[in-house]
Design a protein around this ligand. Structure first.
Ligand code: ADP
Ligand code: MG
Ligand code: MG
Length: 884
């Protein structure tokens, strides 16, 4: 296999399918050259294979020869030679990985110039000024980008030159001034690197190529890949391309163009353009750009040609493309194209528009509904579902993007203060090290939540996602002390305004402007198509604990509840004392009394949830967390004991808290184990549930109840728990003619349960995979501690490809899900299977769940639209562009 491919190389498949090998830019340059026959300056691509070989073992043997052969070919094609003292060929060296990646090495233009060829360029163009301007640009670009010299060392002499010439505009510098600058720049290179500026074009080229390869492992590139979930082993390609000059004269220019409007989705080409300018000038914002109408005025014929090319590109790629183009002395050149990035609103509009058809006559084309679904990503939907930050800003800290959307508000550090401020009418951002169930009242009223610790399945993250409240968690650089926090150099005090972006994890001082969430009309069209495609194949339910959440979820398209966490009902301020009474009970009477009180409130809660989901299944999980979560903190009680002393009630609480304290509560007395120790508790919960269902039945409603036992690891355990539930059912149904529909199942959230799913299925009507715990227990990663502390290092070093709490670990945890599904179904073909971990709302994980044969996924209400889309994408096998 060669390492280098000319743009016109005959690949076996269309070049655009070789992005792995050629990188995105290279694949599309080849596609434009060899398939579309567009005017593209000649060149070649050094493949990602070469980059990987270089990174593994240094400059690959044979690469020099291949490059030399390709250069010779390019020289023939262009009728010019690299370094020719009379009429030199110049090239650009452009990095291009599979996915476009800021952080990769910048492009070097005008490579091939040296002290001799610059004279040739001056002679052949008859423009000495142009030649030396190109040379000084090249030396400084090469110096900065390839030789890693501080750019300021080139900026200073440049500003000095302008000052001494008495001009303010770059273009006013004369040829001789520029020539003097070139000499000065070479001296800068010499003194900074200890070596003369390389004069041999082949050495220049090799230096540039090596620099591109090495930039793959630069800090910026790694950080970007971690954030965008791009694999570290892809490597980058390098494109070497003959230069064309948009800065030759006023009959030249350069621009960027979009085949449709990338902001709104409107089917109208859009572009930015500058006369007499090169490359980056357009995006650098140094001069004010003009639009395509201005292009039409300056260059009517080229405008027509460009719009024709736009139409061809769209038809060919069957999607909106963005382009870079340059006009050299009245001739149009295409320098780049790719499927264009777009806003969420534009993505939806384009996807729907393109199913209706574009283009004229026999050039008409359109995409199918299934293809249209593949054009919309989870990020796009997030953008139209949640407020976004707009404008320019600098983040002072960055944490995990835990719950999408942006929020602005005043900082408060405790739930009580947050609650008080919200009551005064303030917008609040609650900032805590981490949150616990005791903070819920403050979280509830906050516009946004920021924590310095904890991961994507930490309490703050899960609760915020459930409510659609923007949240950033695990922002380690945020150091809270008392009523202020610092992050880097910034200090933020109680009452100061900050902005947070739960989609990017950014934290900003001050109020950034917010753009409201407004789903366009196409939102429902696309989701409607998604539902048609996935119906009967993969259902979407929500994780919801209250009637209100259930109502929201249903409006967003949920087809039931996959996880109703009953512990949340225990934490409301009016319930907590009763729960504590039950824990503290020293006699059966006391316990029964507390349980009776809880029965009433639970019945009311269940009634609300079941009626909001009338006619749809509701999976109710019996109490899961360890009991000490309902008790006050031992530490705080000890402090109080030492200072103001404890009341007798508090002394009892302290004793209980100490009794129930566990070294590792997540693998301690929780879930069904709790049921074994306190069987009456589960009995009460089931009774409340059945009474609620019975009452609703009487009102003519149709509650569908699924009772779920958490954390089961053996068949015997589940059989025992099932017995308690069945007992309650028998009691409730005695003499009832038309009893409610109730099934009993379990969560599969330990490796043992997955492995022994065959046995467990003997006593289970359904399984729900609890992938948060399953991930925690399979990896042995404490989900509350590992994510913010250890995960960044693991991702940067490529020890893990993805954060497994965000996207299911395909080959480990995913295998256990598949195994559990398979073994469960081997016992009971009709066993109903679902998933209720946070992965239930993650598109890539959803694809795996579909493959594993699950019947439904369940996620927080605000993720439901995304899950509906992703489920349909999984069904049609369309990979979304979030898959990297
Ligand atoms: P990026 O990926 O950052 O866009 P590019 O490789 O596309 O980097 O190049 C940066 C700029 O240089 C672009 O404006 C591009 O049009 C211009 N450029 C690159 N190669 C050439 C070339 N051969 N001739 C003229 N301009 C070029
Ligand atoms: Mg570009
Ligand atoms: Mg669990």
């Amino acid at each position: 296999m060669p390492y280098v491919y000319a743009f016109d190389h005959k690949h076996r498949r269309p070049p655009m399918e070789y992005k792995d090998l050629l990188g995105g830019k290279g694949a599309n340059l080849a596609e434009m050259t060899s398939v579309l026959k567009l005017p593209v300056p000649g060149g070649f691509t050094i493949s990602t294979d070469a980059c990987r070989a270089y990174l593994a073992g240094g400059w690959p043997a044979g690469l020099d020869d291949e490059i030399a052969a390709q250069v010779a070919k390019l020289e023939d094609q262009m009728g010019r030679k690299l370094g020719d003292p009379d009429d030199p060929l110049l090239v650009s060296v452009r990095s291009g990985a599979k996915f476009s990646m800021p952080g990769m090495m910048d492009t070097v233009l005008n490579l091939g110039l040296n002290d001799k060829s610059v004279k040739g360029l001056a002679a052949s163009t008859g423009d000495e000024r142009f030649a030396y301007d190109s040379y000084r640009r090249f030396i400084s670009m090469y110096g900065r980008i390839v030789l890693d010299i501080d750019g300021a060392l080139f900026e200073h002499p440049f500003e000095e030159a302008k000052k001494s010439a008495g001009v303010s505009n770059d273009a006013e510098l004369t040829a001789s001034a520029l020539k003097a600058l070139c000499t000065e720049y070479k001296a800068v290179v010499k003194s900074a690197t200890g070596k003369a500026f390389p004069q041999d074009p082949i050495k220049q080229l090799r230096g540039a190529v090596e620099a591109v390869f090495s930039s793959w492992n630069g800090a910026r590139a790694i950080a970007y890949r971690v954030r965008e979930r791009i694999s570290h082993d892809l490597g980058t390609a390098v494109n070497v391309q003959a230069m064309v000059f948009g800065n030759r004269d006023d009959n030249s220019g350069t621009g960027v163009g979009f085949t449709r409007n990338a902001a709104t989705g409107e089917n109208k080409p859009y572009g930015d353009f500058l006369v007499n300018a090169q490359g980056e000038d357009v995006v650098a914002g140094i001069r004010n750009t003009e639009d395509l109408d201005a292009l039409k005025k300056h260059f009517p014929a080229i405008h027509g040609e460009l719009l024709d090319i736009f139409a061809r590109l769209e038809r060919h790629y069957q999607d909106m493309c963005d382009t870079e183009f340059t006009i050299e002395q009245g001739k149009l050149w295409m320098l780049q194209t790719r499927i264009g990035k777009r806003t969420g609103a534009a993505a939806l509009r384009m996807a729907v528009d393109m199913t209706k058809g574009s283009g004229k006559g026999d050039k008409r084309w359109k995409i199918s509904k299934a293809e249209a679904l593949g054009r919309v990503t989870a990020d796009h939907l997030d953008q139209v579902l949640h407020p976004q930050l707009t404008g320019d800003f600098t983040a002072i800290a960055k944490g995990l993007a835990a719950s999408p959307g942006a929020a602005v508000g005043k900082v408060y550090f405790t739930a009580d203060e947050a609650e008080a401020a919200a009551a005064r009418g303030e917008d609040v951002i609650l900032v805590r090290n981490e949150t616990s169930p005791e903070d819920v009242h403050g979280m509830m009223v906050s516009k946004g939540i920021l924590t310095s610790r904890g991961g994507l399945v930490s309490h703050a993250a899960v609760v915020a996602r459930g409510w659609g409240t923007p949240a950033v968690v695990g922002a380690e650089s945020v150091k809270i002390s008392g009523k202020q926090f610092t992050a880097g150099n910034a200090t933020v005090k109680e009452g100061d305004v900050i902005s947070i972006d739960g989609s990017s994890g950014e934290v900003i001082v001050g109020a950034v402007e917010l753009k409201n969430a407004e789903p366009p009309a196409e939102f429902n069209t696309i989701l409607g198509w998604a539902d048609q495609i996935r119906r009967g194949k993969l259902g979407v339910r929500a994780n919801a604990d209250t009637g209100e959440d259930a109502t929201v979820a249903r409006e967003l398209g949920a087809e039931g509840i996959g996880l109703c966490r009953t512990e949340h009902m225990f934490l409301a301020p009016d319930r907590l004392p009763v729960v504590r009474k039950m824990i503290l009970a020293s006699t059966p009477d006391e316990e029964n009394e507390a349980l009776a009180e809880l029965l009433d409130v639970q019945r009311a809660d269940f009634t609300e949830v079941l009626s909001a989901m009338d006619g749809l299944p509701v999976t109710v999980r019996l109490l899961d967390p360890p009991l000490h979560e309902f008790l006050p903190s031992i530490e705080e009680l000890h402090i109080k004991q030492a200072t103001s002393g404890l009341s007798s009630e508090e002394q009892k609480l302290l004793a209980a808290a100490e009794t129930w304290a566990e070294h590792n509560p997540m693998i301690g007395t929780r879930g069904v184990r709790l049921g074994v120790i306190k069987p009456k508790l589960y009995g009460m919960q089931v009774r409340a549930l059945l009474e609620a269902a019975k009452n609703l039945r009487k009102q003519g409603k149709n509650p569908i109840v699924e009772v779920m036992i958490p954390l089961t690891v053996t068949r015997e355990e589940l059989a025992l728990a099932r017995g308690w539930v069945q007992e309650e059912i028998d009691r409730a149904n005695k003499g009832v003619k038309n009893p409610p529909n109730v099934t009993i199942g379990t969560m599969i959230e330990t490796p043992r349960a997955a492995v022994r799913a065959d046995e467990i299925a003997e006593v289970s009507d359904f399984f729900s995979f609890g992938t948060n715990d399953l991930t925690q227990m399979t990896f042995g990663f404490s989900r509350d501690d590992v994510e913010s502390r250890m995960m960044p290092a693991y991702l940067e070093q490529g020890l893990l490809k993805r954060n497994p709490f965000e996207t299911i670990d395909q080959s480990g945890v995913g295998e256990l899900v598949k195994l559990g599904a398979e073994r469960g179904r081997a016992t009971d073909k009709k066993l109903k299977l679902g998933v209720c971990g946070e992965h239930g709302g993650d598109p890539e994980s959803i694809a795996l769940f579909y493959e594993a044969g699950l019947d439904y996924v369940s996620c927080s209400p605000f993720r439901v639209p995304i899950a509906r889309l992703a489920a349909a994408q999984a069904v049609v096998g369309a990979s979304t562009s979030t898959t990297k």
